[in-house]
Design a protein around this ligand. Structure first.
Ligand code: MF3
Ligand code: CO
Ligand code: CO
Length: 269
């Protein structure tokens, strides 16, 4: 049951207890381990449905629960977003081609706690421009995470990401954001990946949320396809995304979804 004495800030953000970090650590670890296990499957000639079936099996084998199957009518254990798909790509029968880049996003529930993470993969050979996009997106996430500490604001996180990404002549997607999570999938606040330093709610120890910037090589605008899920870049430019679930500590933050195998970035491990 939910703790009725739990503190909620004036912005509606729940402050979790020290003991709750262990729950998030366990959930984040399972999600990250599953993404580690996906890496060898991403090859030219396979399909995103094969990858999603593998993730469904891994979730079952570990005795945990998919947060996305049944969520608002979504039917899959992952979102797989290829090339100009920004997010919420639906796994399917399309063959991966040499040089395709893809984000795989998995959320699991472990003992009631949500672990939400996504990262980029490449099928075959990584092209120079795609590699640069992935590098900048990953660095943008890490700069956002570096801004997480008590006393800073959510605007500081968005500003850190946006300032870096735009200096690299790429764009930050505005239409999707990170989110609070914990014993729920999506909770306040909206974690924007752009913004002004000092704006937004103040970060406090015990806040749990995701940071999940989407970065485009071209313009930031997106549109959602007729399937009501798949978001693509309007100008068809390549898009990348990385996502971590984090918790604010006394001095900074803990990343709950670190890759145990050190494979968070496609050129690592
Ligand atoms: N995991 C996604 C996020 O980062 C949400 C996916 S919802 C789904 O918030 F229904 F599309 F799976
Ligand atoms: Co998320
Ligand atoms: Co996610």
């Amino acid at each position: 049951m939910d703790d009725l004495r739990a503190r909620i800030t004036k912005d509606g953000i729940r402050i979790y207890e020290d003991a709750d970090f262990a729950g998030m650590r366990a959930a984040g670890r399972v999600a990250a381990e599953i993404l580690d296990a996906v890496a060898p499957l991403v090859v030219p000639g396979t399909t995103t449905a094969v990858i999603d079936d593998f993730i469904t099996d891994e979730i079952r084998r570990r005795g945990v629960t998919s947060a996305t199957i049944g969520y608002k009518g979504y039917k899959h254990a992952s979102c797989i977003s290829v090339n100009h798909v920004v997010c919420h790509g639906i796994p399917g029968q399309k063959l991966l081609m040499d040089g395709d880049i893809l984000n795989v996003d998995v959320t699991v529930i472990v003992d009631g706690w949500y672990g939400d993470t996504s990262r980029m993969y490449v099928a075959g050979q990584l092209a120079r421009k795609a590699e640069r996009l992935i590098e900048v997106t990953h660095e943008g996430l890490m700069r956002g995470i570096a801004a997480v500490k008590p006393g800073n604001t959510f605007g500081d996180i968005g500003y850190a990401i946006q300032a870096y990404v735009e200096a690299q002549r790429m764009s930050v997607v505005r239409d999707f954001c990170g989110h609070g999570l914990g014993r729920v999938f999506h909770a306040p606040p909206n974690v924007l990946h752009y913004g002004r330093a000092g704006a937004g709610p103040v970060l406090e120890e015990g806040m749990f949320f995701t940071i999940e910037p989407m970065v485009n090589l071209g313009r930031p605008e997106t549109k959602v396809l007729a399937d009501d899920w798949t978001a693509v870049t309007r100008d068809k430019s390549l898009s990348a995304q990385f996502e971590h679930s984090v918790g604010v500590t006394a001095t900074g933050c803990e990343i709950f979804t670190q890759s145990p195998a050190g494979k968070f970035h496609p050129t690592w491990g």
